[in-house]
Design a protein around this ligand. Sequence first.
Ligand code: SF4
Ligand code: SF4
Length: 88
Amino acid sequence: MIESRCGIICGECGFREQMGCSGCTQIQKPFWGDGCPVKSCCEEKSHAHCGQCASFPCPLLNQFAYDEKQGDGGKRIEQCGKWKEAEV
Ligand code: SF4
Ligand code: SF4
């Protein structure tokens, strides 16, 4: 089961309980801002997660995944790939 649009595993996120976040797929907007460009883009394209997108992994997703402070060194992109593989 997917947990987010971008590949983050919400179940492993320390902010989930702390911020009372229901998880990426359940929320309208994230607790950390007015909106997440990755979530919005993915949902506008009616994808369950970015791995389903023809442009995957696009520059925006790469920027998120490899951001020095907020990124995870590409882990979330790998996760989207795994979700995609599990679907075929
Ligand atoms: S960064 Fe965006 S797409 Fe990823 S889990 Fe958070 S709200 Fe969802
Ligand atoms: S891979 Fe990029 S273009 Fe495709 S849905 Fe995700 S954010 Fe949007």
